[in-house]
Design a binder for this molecule. Sequence first.
Ligand SMILES: *Cc1c(COP(=O)(O)O)cnc(C)c1O
Length: 357
Amino acid sequence: MPRPISATIDLAALRHNLAVVRRHAPHSRAFAVIKANAYGHGLDRAARTMRDADGFALLEIGPAVQLREAGYRQRIVLLEGFFDVRELPMLARHRIATVVHSREQLQMLRELAPAAVLDVLLKINTGMNRLGFNAAEVPAAVQALRSNPGVARITLMTHLATADEARGVAWQMTEFGRAAHGLKLPSSLANSAAILRYPETHFEWVRPGIMLYGCSPFADVVGSEIDLEPVMTLAGELIAIQNLKRGDTVGYGSMFAAERDMKIGVVACGYADGYPRHAPNGTPVAVDGRLAGTVGRVSMDMLCVDLSGVPDARVGSRVVLWGKGNPIENVAAAAGTVGYELMCALAPRVPVVEVGG
Ligand SMILES: *Cc1c(COP(=O)(O)O)cnc(C)c1O
């Protein structure tokens, strides 16, 4: 028997969540964001399941070309753009759109063959201060693109820093409006949080990521409360049970000490599977459908669970680390991180099981 740990990927849930995007942004088209191996869900699997998406967004040119070669015809965009002038012919040949965020990229674009057909998303820095042109630089950048015979469609784009937080989007929308004024170009602003909360950010193209995978982008809301279904469920089984006496400790560093006699279970899942090592005592775990909490330090291949609330648990009991029956948002919050990081960290050694195909 294989080690009892696996990630179930629910393809029907992925399709459902894409439909939720469409319901929230019915007048926009959507770039399904499949960067980071589709947030750990498998790029090919995610693309295949969302093959009727209006577009895909990712980072690397290799997988983008592979999608084209596999027959995907919709728009595909590289979210950080290109890094070397030698990538341009391949982008044009496969009609892969690129973000252009810097003067260096604009300069490289001058090497583009006049007959090339390159679609560009011009990235505007409206306050994130990572990538993009400031509002004052945008007219010249647009002029450079419009006068470049190799450049085809131009879309304006910016990224929102606080769509999931109290600060909201107005401060960046104002800056975007300033930059886009009079240009009459299609625009793309909204990530998942903005799709869900701010219809005024939707414009022509939205860019959903985390919500496709069923995780809420908001700290105070779990996916099921906004009709999202978890796509990834990381689950295993208890492989051992220990009866502790009061004062006994658990695991490396003795980070947990029993305050009374108690039973704990051992799960075949550790940080080498992608479970966060920093998860403290009490991080939620579902055992046979009941919520329990971790005890002791997560080790490379195992973690331990307090079975006080699950008296019938035995070796072989099903344990959900995150996903259906144990929202990833709650596990992430306990571990001081976000669902994004947990999903992306799913380790290659964890076998994947597809359902709902
Ligand atoms: C990752 C990313 C998104 C998706 O963000 P979510 O919060 O996962 O919806 C959208 N746009 C850009 C530029 C991104 O890098």
